[in-house]
Design a protein around this ligand. Sequence first.
Ligand code: ISL
Length: 572
Amino acid sequence: MNQVSQARTAEWWRRSTVYQVYPKSFRDTTGNGTGDIRGLTEKLDYLQELGIDIVWLQPVYVSPGHDNGYDVADYERINPEFGTMEDFDELVAELHRRGMKLMTDIVVNHTSTEHEWFKQAISSRDNLYRDYYIWKDPAPGGGVPNNWQSKFGGPAWQYDEASGQYYLTLFDKTQADLNWENEQVRREVNEMMLFWAHKGVDGFRMDVINLISKDQRFPDDDGSVPPGDGRKYYTDGPRVHEYIRAMYDEVFGPYELVTVGEMSSTTLEQCIRYSSPEQREFSMTFNFHHLKVDYPNGRKWELMPYDFEALKRLFSEWQTGMQEGGGWNALFFNNHDQPRALSRFTDDTVYRKESAKLLATTLHGLQGTPYVYQGEEIGMPNPRWKSIEEFRDIESLNMYRILCEQGTSPEQALAILQERSRDNARTPMQWENSPNAGFTTGTPWLKVDERYPDINVQRELERPDSIFHHYRRLIALRKAHAVFTDGIYRRLDEAHPEVFAYARMGDGEALVVVSNFSSKEITFRLPDDHWTDLGAEGKDTLLLGNTAEQAAFTQELRLSPYASYMWLISQN
Ligand code: ISL
């Protein structure tokens, strides 16, 4: 390893694991049916036992809640639904007392239309805040200024009768895009981030941050690049790196914050730029390419079985590409916007336990900083609701209506939501086998999954071979062995239809991960060249497995359904 990459892997957050908390569904201490900040503070010992270093807390700011807090109406006040600023301060203190860190969510591509800035902006064309947002006259023949589409369905423009102009909303119509061309907007955002840094926050997760710089010509999308909804004119836009560098220079750098940028529809080249230390932008990036392998031609609201080879290819490209380019990946299979990977890529019934461990082992052996989304560590599945009445998510409800309007039958639209809805990930956290899984004493805002008597934290903690303890071991292994951070990625499976196998080549040692993503019992033979390079004669140690059958590392491996193993091969 050269000096630059040594310095790189020395940063503490490269050996850390992040736990993502969706506070609305985590733990309710007041009985009002929605989770709160104190509920998180109450559970910090649990997260510490898991080995978590950083907690990512999703938006708890004042908000009308149309998009569960991603529609911020006041960036510097806590939504009373989640508690008070004192509760927040207590959370920070309790985390720090345990040696843990806090990452908060910064949502600045847009604000809620209930934000004071927007209220001012819409009040008159001459208002000082008008230019905080993006206003356009109707197209010459009337109607929307261009053909850009909202990510939640329908046109990306909302008409304001009073001024006769449209404002841009890339998400819900109550989320108005900020005008980052306006220097005053950039200054306000930096000041707001400094406010939280002064409160002791250790880092930020930046919501859809690669969308903030729009092509100022606002052209129509000619549809030549799917999905043709306008995204090519605002994704990784013209001034985005300039804007982020300024945040780094004024906020992230001076306060030594750990930052992760959420990058929508981005590219590897862009993410190398966003996350290389020399660029002084972010610590790491999320991308979503590996979570679109079941979208036919990129269309989220159509179903198809997932493309396993594409999943492996994408992981491999990003592992190698980010490694060679000096970037850093945020590793994840789950978040609050994605259906549960357990239900999506594996078997959440008969082989639920094996599957959950397989996904964990496969992900945590990669290079990057792993993120565990609440409930993943106990194997929570999609709820498979039978009625549209159960759903709450604004995107799901919009799309259900649009699908039905377009002629999809209600049954089929429901079947699509069962697979694709963001609510799949948002069901309340299952703590114990008591009413509402111990999430609330009241009526939960979103239905608790019926399987909670079998799937809950209490049960997981009691059983030494549980999914929870598997995660705990994985998180500890990352800290114990440098090869997790430094090892050079090499794919080993050569397009095998059932197996994902890779190695991380380190100094005199190699980490090997082999996973059978099928319900079949199979034999997998490592290709000769890989077998030789890995040090056929080396001493192997089984670090972790999810079945007892194949403890030794041999060239030919017998893999039971959803078996997954991680070995450390010492080559000396
Ligand atoms: O376009 C996507 C991926 O390429 C989407 O997944 C997109 O990144 C995602 O919808 C953005 O999500 C974030 O911003 C939204 C909010 O609703 C989500 O909960 C948040 O994670 C708007 O703030």
